[in-house]
Design a protein around this ligand. Structure first.
Ligand code: AHG
Ligand code: MN
Ligand code: MN
Length: 299
């Protein structure tokens, strides 16, 4: 079985292997604390959301690990007012704990990372790698450094825990099996409602758990489409472009799919702030294009 460092030594530059390894190692630490670091932190994040203790813990662990590589110039995080700075030339974004509202219901959680060669905020054109972690029945680490998408799972190795390769060059299946759309249904804009009706008529299964990482990961596995759409009262959606959507856009593209805000490729959007949100439609190219057409007809 190929472990992460063996895989990196053959296919990823040192410049990217170091921060990606730092994340994977830190994920062991975060996952170990997940069952114990329960409760609210008593503070709000820059989006006005109540932070949980594990949001704060994961933020500290991942930021410290990334900056410790001396390769990362800044780490911008959903949980930080301002990026933390270090020495290096790579610019990192993160949602250190995605789905923290799902802690009390014991649904899977995740972490999301993006790496750029330009200072933040910048468009996805400057993205050089992206990764996500799932904390569920398996602890997994999935990444792309621009040459396919690869997934690793944590196992007990001879020298302790390690990540071993379980899926190399992941491709979205041609056949679309599942869809998951967030937000209150009555707030969906009309073309989204119409489109979802047509997905159901063609026999696609609804899969939605409320953790972007988990819901997107199912689409990657079974084919289909994930969306956190434009809402009537929130035309730019809920998900954060830099912290959540752009890294998954990079990954879905590397898996042969597409990510759109309804009109433009997510990776072409030029954010003017770190906190920008965008409607997010990710999955099989044909479905994302079909939804784009539905949206443009009604614009
Ligand atoms: P976070 O826990 O990082 O704030 O992210 C929550 C996000 C995302 O994981 C999920 O897709 C969405 O919020 C769920 O929102 P709804 O509860 O509105 O469906
Ligand atoms: Mn999130
Ligand atoms: Mn989060």
């Amino acid at each position: 079985m190929t472990n992460l460092s063996e895989f990196f030594s053959e296919s990823v530059s040192d410049q990217l292997a170091k921060p990606l390894t730092a994340i994977a190692e830190a994920a062991f630490n975060v996952s170990k604390h997940l069952p114990f670091a329960m409760g609210k932190a008593g503070r709000l994040n820059p989006f006005g959301e109540e932070q949980t203790k594990i949001d704060v813990f994961a933020n500290d662990v991942f930021a410290t690990s990334l900056l410790g590589t001396s390769i990362v110039a800044e780490v911008a995080s959903e949980e930080l007012e301002r990026p933390k700075t270090g020495t290096g030339s790579l610019h990192a974004t993160m949602d250190p704990l995605d789905g923290s509202s799902n802690i009390s219901t014991n649904n899977p959680l995740g972490s999301i990372f993006g790496f750029y060669s330009s200072p933040l905020p910048c468009s996805g054109k400057g993205m050089v790698a992206a990764a996500f972690v799932t904390y569920g029945p398996m602890l997994t680490f999935t990444f792309s450094a621009g040459d396919g998408v690869h997934r690793f799972a944590a196992v007990e190795g001879v020298n302790g825990k390690e990540f071993v390769l379980i899926d190399e060059r992941i491709r979205l299946p041609d056949e679309a099996g599942v869809y998951g759309f967030g937000g209150l249904r009555r707030e969906w804009i009309d073309p989204v409602e119409t489109f979802v009706g047509s997905l159901e008529r063609r026999g696609m299964k609804l899969r939605y758990g409320g953790t972007f990482v988990g819901d997107f990961n199912q689409v990657l596995r079974y084919g289909g489409i994930f969306a956190y759409p434009a809402l009537k009262n929130r035309p730019r959606g809920k998900l954060r472009l830099l912290y959540e959507v752009a890294p998954m856009a990079f990954i879905v593209k590397q898996a042969g799919g597409l990510a759109s805000d309804g009109a433009m490729d997510i990776l072409s959007l030029e954010p003017s702030s770190l906190a920008e949100t965008c409607p997010a439609y990710l999955g099989n190219t044909s479905l994302v294009r079909e939804l784009e057409r539905e949206l443009s007809r009604r614009r």
